[in-house]
Design a protein around this ligand. Structure first.
Ligand code: SAM
Length: 397
């Protein structure tokens, strides 16, 4: 299983078994994961009920207190915590159950808590923890303390509609993250460059997949600042050259301020990536010509070899993986037209290359809305498409 991520390389958390005595482990896992990811409180309550066989029993409350709330005090987004506690307590009271004293106490304290700490430049930011849940046999287990859960912490905006789009977690990046973690062998030892990286989730997953080099970029400076915060939250350290080095691995992560409109050809060619990635970047018609110009420069560039590579093997051209929700077909058709004019090939991978479902508890994430494409330069388009397609469809284990 080469290329797979070793469990100890991440912020892994202990398994649920033992955390909630006598409670169903899968429902417990979904309960904690949905709470940490700040899923709608009704979703979290659904899992709480499932844990208790239909109601939020005392042992479920104890489990919630131990595994969700105690950790969240002072860190969690206060209005979310308050709302969850209110709904939890009223659900228990409605069913004439006994509410744990700790829950009442925390609600009283949280009602008195000022919301100021959660405001940054007028925009509400929260810390969401996304748990990627792997199938039982996905990892090589090296000791019984290792688990199949990978936790990624992300500072993000809760308001998608007011500017700041790069500080929200968009479903396309959840999909791309699932793809990278499902097929790490595609990205391992490769140089990867992402356009419009937003919160940095894709880059964090690329580092976990042991990409040789990860370069993230965005055109928005506040998004870039938030992305850097997220890299450090996930143990990707900023070194003296302002590059992040993945602890205990060879991967380095760089963050670039790169508006597509002003990206110079020399700057792009110097990146020399094997793989280009983008999640939810095809939505603004006025940006499309520059986006396609950037893609075309990168994809038509013959990748230069390092001195250690085999000089007799054929030179490779880069490929791009783009995940997208198509909200407006006219905008997407315009993108296709620009690709054609730039001599770029596009293959729809959606029907054939679905990643593992690593976020099964996340009811707010609807994978069926997401399309997944591979782009390449046309001169070797068919060859590149076929080899990558083949790779992408082989399950990691
Ligand atoms: C909808 S968000 C997607 C963010 C992230 N990829 C995700 O899926 O969660 C689009 C991202 O592209 C960036 N972006 C939009 N137009 C851009 C441009 N012209 N140049 C560079 N970045 C741009 C935005 O700042 C934002 O981070």
């Amino acid at each position: 299983m080469s290329g797979l991520i070793k469990a100890r390389s991440l912020s892994m958390v202990p398994p649920m078994a033992g955390g909630g005595q006598g409670l169903p482990p899968l429902s417990c896992l979904y309960l904690v994961s949905s709470f940490l990811a700040m899923e709608p409180t009704d979703t979290v309550l659904t899992y709480a009920r499932l844990c208790g066989g239909g109601s939020v029993t005392e042992s479920v409350q104890r489990f919630i207190w131990d595994r969700c709330l105690r950790e969240a005090i002072g860190k969690s987004h206060a209005p979310y915590l308050r709302n969850f506690l209110k709904k939890l307590i009223s659900e228990i009271e409605l069913k004439h159950g006994d509410v744990l004293d700790e829950l009442y106490e925390l609600l009283t304290n949280s009602l008195a808590y000022s919301n100021e700490a959660n405001s940054l430049n007028g925009n509400v930011r929260a810390l969401k923890c996304i748990s990627f849940l792997f199938p039982e046999d996905f990892y090589e287990h090296q000791s019984c303390s290792m688990t199949n859960r990978l936790l990624v912490s992300l500072s993000c905006s809760l308001n998608m509609l007011e500017g700041d789009t790069g500080c929200s977690i968009w479903p396309s990046s959840l999909f791309l993250a699932e793809y990278i973690l499902s097929y790490p062998q595609i990205f391992s030892k490769k140089s990867c460059f992402e356009l419009g990286s937003g919160v940095g989730l894709v880059g964090i997953c690329l580092a976990h997949a042991k990409a040789n080099e990860v370069i993230l970029s965005d055109g928005d400076l506040s998004t870039l600042a938030n992305m850097k915060l997220n890299l450090s939250l996930n143990n990707l350290n900023l070194d003296d050259n302002h590059e992040f080095e993945y602890l205990k691995s060879q991967s380095s992560v760089k963050c670039l301020h790169l508006p597509w409109e002003s990206a110079a050809e020399t700057e792009l060619l110097a990146l020399n990536p094997d793989i280009i990635l983008g999640a939810d970047i095809i939505y603004n018609p006025s940006c499309l010509p520059d986006l396609v110009r950037v893609l075309s420069t990168l994809l038509h560039h013959e990748k230069s070899r390092s001195p250690f590579e085999d000089m007799s093997s054929p030179k490779e051209h880069p490929v791009a993986y783009i995940s997208s929700v198509i909200r407006n077909t006219e905008t997407f058709d315009r993108f296709l037209g620009l690709l054609e004019a730039a001599n770029l090939a596009i293959v729809d991978l959606t029907p054939t290359c679905q990643p593992l479902s690593l976020l099964p508890y996340m009811q707010s994430y609807n994978r069926s809305t997401i399309r997944f494409f591979m782009l390449s330069g046309k001169q070797n388009g068919s060859q590149a498409s076929q080899s990558s397609l083949k790779l992408g469809c082989i399950p990691a284990n």
